[in-house]
Design a protein around this ligand. Sequence first.
Ligand SMILES: NC(=O)c1ccc[n+]([C@@H]2O[C@H](COP(=O)([O-])OP(=O)(O)OC[C@H]3O[C@@H](n4cnc5c(N)ncnc54)[C@H](O)[C@@H]3O)[C@@H](O)[C@H]2O)c1
Length: 291
Amino acid sequence: MPLPDKSVDLKGRTALITGAAHGIGRATAFAFGEQGAQVFVTDIDEVGLEKTRAELEERGFGVGSKVLDVTKEQEVTAMIESAISEMNGLDIVVSNAGVSVAGPAEAVPIEDWRWIVDVNVWPHVYAVRAALPYFREKGSGYLVHVASAAGILGAPALSAYSLTKFAVYGLAESLAVTLHGTGIGISVVCPLWVNTDITERGRITVDPDIGMDESSARAFGREMLRNSGIPPEQVGEAIVSGVLENRFLILPHPEVLQFAQIKWADPESYIERASEALQSQRRLFGERSGN
Ligand SMILES: NC(=O)c1ccc[n+]([C@@H]2O[C@H](COP(=O)([O-])OP(=O)(O)OC[C@H]3O[C@@H](n4cnc5c(N)ncnc54)[C@H](O)[C@@H]3O)[C@@H](O)[C@H]2O)c1
């Protein structure tokens, strides 16, 4: 670890995954298990985590688990320590747990801005602070940071979410440059839409100009992910391949690279085109709510 030699496999390695009770984290745990890695799964949702753990065990994968809240630094530190002692060492940490906040920047309550920064940003810092000294000491290890396409491209009507994902991207890129050649690998994962229940667990402030109530807005978001999202399993597999190839930028949707190239070639035109996409989304919302 990292795995510059592509013939090295994941058998006997241990991967810790946060936010593994559902969605991308859960799928990533199975993807590592399929490769012969042991997995240490964590989440704030005790019931969901137990289900993931039981299913991993049923498949015969080596598994440990811990219920915790990633917004608490002591809990993240204890999580890394438990994984190291229970699994006899730790090779890969996937910082995946995350939430969404949608709505107009000026209307989203300050508590929701703070909440999303607490869940989506700080835990990446806590994981680095807890795992990096251990990886440095053993001269190997791998940190995977799950950001989003919204961490490369300013996402329409998701300012709070984009704020946090750009922060994660910046942290990961800086770490990758700093740690290059040290034996410690860094990846950042930037998917577009993925078919998970993230909107159910997220917070929404309805845009007063659209007039849709919160539950309809939530249902709309869920439907969009269901219709346009790729399965979380595809993201889990992309993460495992990215780690095996020691690749910094993991893009489960390859078109994100093209969008980023368009953006950097002509930032003004990106703003115009993304804004047009937002207008058509608003029209759809409006039609739904009868406005
Ligand atoms: N779904 C998408 O379209 C999409 C796209 C790009 C990036 N992402 C990112 O992927 C990651 C996973 O998202 P998902 O779509 O699988 O969502 P999800 O809601 O299905 O899973 C997120 C998991 O994180 C856990 N979690 C939330 N707060 C926590 C906390 N304080 N402590 C510990 N665990 C906590 C939840 O219980 C849940 O199991 C997130 O960082 C998200 O921003 C998602």
